[in-house]
Ligand binder design. Structure first.
Ligand code: KIV
Length: 282
């Protein structure tokens, strides 16, 4: 049985922490699901991790649908949230509802995520009003990187900290059941978490949130030496993959792979047949 919105809200009420990882493909989704992770975010971070862009802005709705659909097929229990990409909701409330609906209908995801606080209150209200659960995203919002001057910690001074508190109340009032708090001081994230009924998910926001999210390539060290301050290397899969690819390359070139055990040796063709074929096709 898949986890549900009520299950996640109950975890918050009971003080149980919620785990979340990003994911963008079927086979990784199966591994994450098998590991018992509560929620997957098919983040528009795929623009950087899967497509090699410098930021998330180029990601399209069509791309989100393809990635999210593959992830949903790989999950049995894990709750899946699909991210709304840049310019799929900002222009109007109507556009937001239609694109949120498309993500749910065409991917099977259970909720959508969109960035912004008080400014997207009406968009959230309308999406939730259509029956679609919304995860909000406040603090450092990567789709606004050109306004923020890059990926910078938010809410460090009192005016901005209070603005972010206001954003949290605004998205909750509009109906969001969950809210990502990205790159804000831990005290601010803990204060918000204690004041709202939504499930707060931190990334670079300290341990005082209801749950945590990491980008899986960062935590598996698949991004070379790149490690955001807030991430942690839980394994070195990047090096393990590099070593395996190097070994494969060497074995193909030296002829040691494949061995007989990797081949389909059984056949109804006789040695006489192969000898005849050899003569025929000189
Ligand atoms: O797109 C994404 O993966 C995200 C998370 C980092 C929160 O928004």
């Amino acid at each position: 049985m898949k986890k549900t919105v009520p299950d996640l809200l109950e975890m918050k009420r009971n003080g149980k922490r919620v785990s979340m990882l990003t994911c963008y493909d079927y086979s990784t989704a199966r591994i994450i699901d098998g590991a018992g992770i509560d929620t997957i975010l098919v983040g528009d971070s795929l623009g950087m991790t899967m497509q090699g862009y410098a930021n998330t802005l180029p990601v399209t709705m069509d791309e989100m649908v393809i990635y999210a659909r593959s992830v949903v097929r790989g999950t049995e229990k894990t709750f899946v949230i699909a991210d709304m990409p840049f310019m799929s909701y900002q222009a109007s409330v109507e556009q937001a509802v239609l694109n949120a609906g498309r993500l749910i209908k065409e991917t099977g995801a259970q909720a959508v995520k969109l960035e912004g606080g008080a400014g997207v209150r009406e968009h959230i209200r309308a999406i939730v009003g259509s029956g679609i659960p919304v995860c909000a995203h406040i603090g450092m919002t990567p789709q606004s990187c050109n306004i923020m001057g890059g990926f910078k910690v938010q809410g460090k001074d009192e005016i901005n900290a209070e603005r972010i508190i206001g954003d949290a109340f605004a998205v909750q009032e509009a109906g969001a059941f969950m809210c990502v708090l990205e790159c804000v001081p831990p005290k601010l994230a803990a204060l918000i978490t204690g004041k709202v009924n939504m499930v707060t998910i931190g990334i670079g926001a300290g341990a005082g949130c209801d749950g945590q999210v990491l980008v899986y390539q960062d935590m598996l060290q698949m991004s070379g030496d790149f490690k955001p301050k807030f991430s942690k290397h839980f394994a070195n899969i990047g090096t393990a993959m590099g070593e395996a690819f190097t070994k494969y390359n060497m074995e193909v070139k030296s002829g040691t792979f494949p061995e007989e055990s990797h081949s389909f040796v059984k056949s109804d063709c006789s040695d006489k047949f192969y000898a005849a074929m050899n003569d025929k096709y000189r």
